[in-house]
Design a protein around this ligand. Sequence first.
Ligand code: ZN
Length: 142
Amino acid sequence: MRFGIVRCSGCGRERIADLSTKRSACPFCSRSVETSLLSPIYSGDDQALLRAVMASMSGFEREEPERGEDPDPLSTLHYRYEKCGRSGRCLSLLAEGLTEILGEFTLADVEEADPGRGKATLEAMLRHGLAMETSPGKYRAV
Ligand SMILES: [Zn+2]
């Protein structure tokens, strides 16, 4: 098997693609491309080595000054939650994300992330012990 580090044309993130398959999908934005059209930044058959190379690359990127704060962290969180599905992991992602961004969150904040299901989602968070009520109507991740 041969692997390559490729930059996704959809979200611009680097990922490892299995070059022996015909098509390859991005794990971040799920854009699928024909493997033959990819131009790997680096390739090899040792996946562990590729991971190490990629880790050092993302290390460099974090130091670039133009990559600043996410201008709209809430929208990013809503997007990630929407893509996540409905597992417990996603509830935890949402609870922790809202807490990180807002400090405390309300039913309205959950409703915004999960339109039409805010109440059920918030109740599920509480039931699974992922969030707690800190004062009436205010919640944070546990
Ligand atoms: Zn992508």
